[in-house]
Structures are given as structure tokens and as C-alpha cells.
Ligand binder design. Structure first.
Ligand code: 1HE
Length: 265
């Protein structure tokens, strides 16, 4: 079933529940899924709904492109304060994806450009097909990243590579971006959704507490000193062990009811 993500009339984000996976479709293909203020709110509403109804989520773009970033038409008309508040709103909404309650996959085809790459960088997994390309054209446009890229993309691929992209206008393919750490799974053309859904369904089967800790504890621990990180890890690990889920899953393994880890074929 496909329904609109907000009551705002036009369906900027499509929402579908497939088993435990919420599928969000960026739905402004005529503008290459460029993100306007209203579009950010539609993403927010859909993410909140997914957190209530699903155990994992997938974001893709309708049409050929994942997302062309910020709506430059709307942005060019904004007073300074609205630009600041707009950027802060992107931070809050993308933050709910990066450090929310369920894991997310982005299934990337075509452009993942500017704010589109920032959106993809807020998901935990990026699957990109052979049509995908990545760029940060803010320098060309006379603006700056404002959707969390200076933190998320910089940490994902490294500040020097991000500087390269922003200063030179370099455009990278999925396999090039994989080598830089920005793509988790490069796939053949047309396969991003299929592979992304497999991965999301697999993540949805994990214990919710472990998923929550992976999403929320790991990035925070990465921001800590080693000593603080190790201490926080022990706290999270011991809490996880106390859950009923952990007790049952450990029992299932010991009683040979659970899958073993398979070596890659
Ligand atoms: C847009 C936007 C947009 C397309 N804002 N309207 N992002 C960029 O600098 C990327 C700008 N876009 C492009 O380079 C290209 O459109 C694409 C490579 C993504 C796709 O090319 P193509 O040939 O398939 O489409 P098109 O013909 O360029 O665009 C179709 C329409 O979408 C056209 O409008 P139309 O009324 O002439 O049909 C375009 O103007 C429109 N369109 N992209 C507004 N971005 C929080 S800070 C984040 C900072 C950034 O994101 S900076 C990067 C912005």
C-alpha cells in the first residue's frame, strides 16, 4: 500500500510498509527530488511514522535520481535567518535518521548531490548502483553544505576528500565512492532497491536494543576519548545482555535453533 507521508496534499514522500521495512520514496522527480522546506517536513513525517511502524527503513528517489540536494530556487529567495533556521531543521530531521530508533538504508541511483549526499550520509548503509554519482557543487553555487555534510560526509570519507569534492567539483561513481568509504554496497544498474530491501529486511531481524545501540552508542563513542569510549561500551554491552531478547537469542544458539555465521562463498 502506498500512501502520502503528510496531509499536506501533494505526496512529496511516498510511504510503503513491506513487512517490517518502511520504504520512503522521495517523490519530486520533475525537480530531481530537490529538497524544499515542505519536502523536509514530509521526510520528517515519514521518518517518524516509520519509527512507529517499522524495524528498519529504506529511502530511495522516484525517477532516475536519488536527490539533487537543496531546492536552489527556494533557497535563493531566503533571508539570512531563514537560511540558518532551514539548515538547523535539516540537521534535526537528518539527525532523526542518523540517531533515531531504527536503521536506514539509502538506495541510490543517479544524482546524490549536495544535500542529496548529505541525506544519504545520514543513513547507516548506502547501496548505490552503476548509474549513481556523487558531487558537492556548493562551491560552484556560491553556498556551503548545510544539511550536516561538514560533520557526516567529512567523517565518512575524510575531510581532505570532502575538500577535494567541494573545491574541484569532482564527481565520483559508486565504485569510486566505495573506495572512499562513502558507499557500502555498489551494485549493478537497476539493483539498488532490491539489494537495499534485502539489507533492510536483514537489519529488521536484529534485536531492537542492539540496533538502537549500534545507531546511537557507536557514533557517540567515536566522539569520546578511548577511555571514555571503552567505559561506555561496557555499560551498553552489559545492558544488552540483560534484555529478554538477548537471553532468548543466546539460548536459541546454544540449543542449535539459531543460524550459524556462514563463511562467504
Ligand atoms: C532543481 C535542482 C535543485 C534540478 N534545485 N531545482 N544541487 C545542485 O547544484 C544540483 C543541480 N542539479 C543538477 O545538476 C541536475 O539537475 C542533475 C544532475 C541533478 C540532473 O540533471 P538532469 O539533466 O536530469 O535534469 P535537469 O534538466 O537539470 O533538471 C530538471 C529540473 O529540475 C529543472 O527544472 P525545470 O523547471 O527547468 O524543468 C531543474 O532546474 C530542476 N532542478 N536540481 C532546484 N537542486 C542544506 S544545504 C545543501 C546544499 C546543496 O544541496 S548544494 C547542491 C544543489
Amino acid at each position: 500500500m502506498t500512501v502520502t507521508a503528510s496531509d499536506a496534499g501533494e505526496s512529496l514522500v511516498t510511504y510503503e510498509l513491506q513487512g517490517d521495512v518502511a520504504i520512503l520514496g522521495l517523490n519530486r522527480p520533475e525537480k530531481r527530488n530537490a529538497i524544499s522546506d515542505r519536502f523536509v517536513e514530509a521526510i520528517h513525517d515519514a521518518v517518524m511514522r516509520a519509527q512507529r511502524e517499522a524495524k528498519a527503513g529504506l529511502i530511495h528517489g522516484h525517477g532516475k535520481h536519488f536527490c539533487a540536494g537543496l531546492d536552489l530556487g527556494e533557497h535563493s529567495e531566503k533571508p539570512l535567518i531563514d537560511a540558518v533556521l532551514g539548515s538547523r531543521r535539516w540537521h534535526a530531521v537528518f539527525g532523526a535518521i542518523e540517531r533515531g530508533t531504527i536503521p536506514w538504508v539509502s538506495a541510490i541511483t543517479g544524482a546524490a548531490v549536495g544535500g542529496g549526499f548529505e541525506l544519504a550520509a545520514s543513513t547507516q548503509i548506502r547501496v548505490a548502483d552503476e548509474t549513481a554519482f556523487f558531487a558537492l557543487p556548493e562551491g560552484q553555487r556560491g553556498i556551503f553544505v548545510g544539511g550536516g555534510g561538514s560533520v557526516r560526509i567529512s567523517r565518512l570519507i575524510g575531510p581532505a576528500r570532502m575538500q577535494d569534492m567541494m573545491l574541484t567539483g569532482r564527481v565520483l561513481t559508486a565504485t569510486e565512492m566505495e573506495a572512499w568509504g562513502g558507499v557500502s554496497y555498489p551494485v549493478p544498474a537497476g539493483k539498488a532497491m532490491e539489494r537495499g530491501l534485502e539489507i533492510a529486511a536483514r537489519m529488521a531481524q536484529n534485536a531492537p536494543f542492539t540496533n538502537y545501540a549500534v545507531i546511537n552508542a557507536l557514533p557517540r563513542i567515536a566522539d569520546m576519548s578511548s577511555e571514555d569510549g571503552l567505559f561506555a561500551e561496557s555499560m551498553v554491552a552489559s545492558l544488552a545482555t540483560q534484555t529478554e531478547d538477548a537471553k532468548e537469542r543466546l539460548r536459541a544458539f546454544l540449543e542449535k535453533r539459531a543460524d550459524k555465521v556462514q563463511a562467504p562463498k
